[in-house]
Design a protein. Structure first.
Ligand SMILES: Nc1ncnc2c1ncn2[C@@H]1O[C@H](COP(=O)(O)OP(=O)(O)OP(=O)(O)O)[C@@H](O)[C@H]1O
Length: 563
């Protein structure tokens, strides 16, 4: 269950922040003790979120410092801090329960028993009154899911699960009706006092009932401290400087309406009470727990996208159309163009599909991953490995169905060639997926990412050299830059290499150079004529190396582009 936190004292001492030459915070002072609810109030744009970001270590401080029990806030100390952002960031396809389950399993340390983790979910679900929507998906702008208020509580529930000692909450009551807002603040206050936790919440114009729950108040105006101290004493303070709140008037409304001229409070910060004895591990859970839970969640999140009804129907339709177009091709050399056409169709259709699928998965995921990684929830390596492996079975099922339909309808390589055909096509999918991961991770703007991906794909088709009888000799190397060249070459070799030679006078062979000097045309002659001049193992091993290299590069790109 939840632990009672040791006494702590979080101090922000003359904190100033400038971003892009704009001064946002000007020497803010404040203290938040354990067991207290500190409210940060102020008009919009006064710097409330910036202050939370500073405490959470998300933006650098220009001057001043933030300390916990007298020690500067290091990365390790920040692991005791949970930050509930103003925006509710989740993976949309998971239900609320799945989201909480994932968070509990991955962020509550491995030392806590599974049953206790489940009990903690139960307890928080009841405390935040979200049991009724546990099986509702989170949803997004396309698919309706949790309401705004439910999402807000889900967001807080996820952070509460980790049993943090200090909670920073940006606008916990925004979007909630007054009764839900009141209950939520009551629960947060109860959490702080019962478990000796520290809560710092920014809040816009609270009701007077909520206002009286605050232990301390920090009032910001244009990035300056207008008041810091006991919330109950704020009105007395303003009364003393000639700004009097009328009886029965909501103190929060008064504070916003009164001209709280900059008056920087001087706070007497006492020495830190007690040394922090708590050990802070780098990650709450081990690699395998992270890998297992991330694989599970990623599977849940991507399943809907991979087996999307329209896209699956499109793939089946395309496979049948392709199968009809290349139906039962004879195993002779004069059909080589048809067989190359069928192979080309498979490689290109799944090349584009795989690329778009991989890239389009990033925008929704990126913000969630960044949020969780900032909170120190898991290693990048476990996330990346989980992403690759969880998508794998899902990514190959539809392509295998597609390739099987085409193969058996067209019979381009005989019965024995089926598994080789499927294998090479799947390698091609993996190759493109690897590149898609890199582009998706590199480019935040989805339109830019799609443009780059299309350029690479179309460039690969042109450079592959299969549809060009006068390929410039000085550009002979360009085909090796084409992603399409490798799988197509390998497949064309498997379907043509062993075909019986055919007399030159029985085919469209007159177009082949060899027929001017020879009576027979062989599969090898055809391969050479389309630029396939290496043995099959060269193409296959190059693809295998590229797949591994692209996966490794994808990891480093993600690492480099974090945040
Ligand atoms: N990265 C940034 N670059 C430039 N200005 C910024 C940046 N971040 C914040 N600001 C500015 O700093 C000021 C304070 O912003 P902040 O988001 O902290 O205000 P806030 O009090 O939380 O506002 P709200 O109540 O509307 O959420 C605003 O004027 C904002 O435009």
């Amino acid at each position: 269950m939840k632990t009672t936190a040791a006494d702590s004292r979080l101090v922000f001492d003359t904190v100033s922040v400038s971003i892009k030459n704009k001064d946002i915070l000007h020497g803010i002072n404040g203290v938040a003790n354990s067991g207290e609810l500190l409210a940060v109030m102020g008009p919009t744009g006064s710097g409330k979120t910036t202050l939370l970001n500073v405490i959470a270590g998300r933006i650098p401080i220009t001057r001043g410092e933030v300390t916990l029990n007298g020690k500067p806030m290091t990365k390790a100390l920040r692991r005791r801090v949970a930050y509930v952002l103003q925006n509710d960031i989740f993976l949309s396809n998971l239900t609320l329960y799945e989201t909480l389950y994932f968070t509990a399993m991955i962020r509550i340390p491995d030392t806590v028993a599974h049953s206790e983790k489940l009990a903690r979910i139960d307890e928080i679900v009841d405390a935040l009154h979200i049991r009724g929507c546990l099986n509702t998906i989170i949803g997004d702008f396309m698919v309706r899911g949790l309401s705004g208020g439910e999402k807000k509580r889900a967001n807080i529930a996820c952070e509460l699960l980790t049993d943090p000692d200090i909670m920073l909450i940006d606008e916990p009551t925004s979007g909630l009706d007054s009764s839900t807002a009141h209950t939520l603040m009551q629960q947060l206050k109860g959490y702080a006092t019962t478990y000796n936790k520290t809560i710092i919440a920014t809040i816009h114009q609270p009701s007077s009932q909520i206002y009286h729950m605050f232990c301390k108040l920090l009032l910001l105006v244009n990035g300056h401290t207008a008041y810091f101290g006991e919330a109950d004493m704020a009105l007395t303070y303003f009364d003393n400087i000639g700004l009097t709140c009328q009886p029965n008037y909501n103190p929060a409304d008064f504070l916003y309406s009164s001209k709280c001229i900059l008056d920087i409070s001087t706070i007497n910060i006492k020495d830190a009470d007690r040394e922090d004895q708590r050990t802070t591990r780098r990650w709450p859970t081990g690699f395998w727990t992270q890998y297992r839970m991330l694989t599970w969640r990623n599977y849940k999140q991507s399943k809907g996208r991979i087996f999307e009804r329209y896209e699956s129907a499109q793939s089946l339709l395309m496979a049948i159309i392709g199968g009809c177009m290349y139906f039962q091709i004879a195993d002779t050399l004069d059909t080589f163009r048809d067989r190359m056409g069928a192979i080309f169709f498979c490689v290109v259709y799944w090349g584009f599909n795989m690329m778009l699928f991989t890239i389009s998965g990033f925008p929704g995921e990126r913000v969630v991953i960044n949020k969780e990684r900032r909170a120190g929830a898991y290693r990048l390596s476990s996330y990346y490995l989980a992403k690759i492996s969880s998508e794998l079975p899902l990514l190959i099922i539809m392509p295998i169905i597609f390739f099987s339909i085409i193969y058996w309808m067209s019979m381009i390589g005989g019965v024995s060639g089926f598994f080789i055909f499927i294998g090479i096509n799947l390698m091609s999918c993996l190759l493109i997926q690897g590149l898609g991961h890199i582009i998706g991770a590199l480019m935040v703007n989805i339109r830019h990412a799609i443009t780059v991906a299309n350029t690479i794909m179309v460039g690969s088709l042109v450079l592959a050299g299969f549809f060009n009888t006068h390929f410039p000799s000085w550009l002979f190397w360009a085909k090796y830059l084409s992603l399409v060249h490798y799988p197509m070459s390998a497949m064309v070799i498997t379907v043509l290499a062993d075909t019986d030679p055919t007399p030159c006078n029985q085919t469209t062979a007159e177009t082949f150079e060899i027929c001017k000097t020879s009576e027979f045309l062989t599969g090898k002659d055809i391969l050479m004529s389309v630029g396939i001049d290496l043995p099959i193992h060269c193409y296959l091993s190059t693809m295998a190396i590229l797949i591994v290299l692209l996966k490794i590069m994808g990891y480093y790109v993600l690492k480099w582009k974090k945040g």
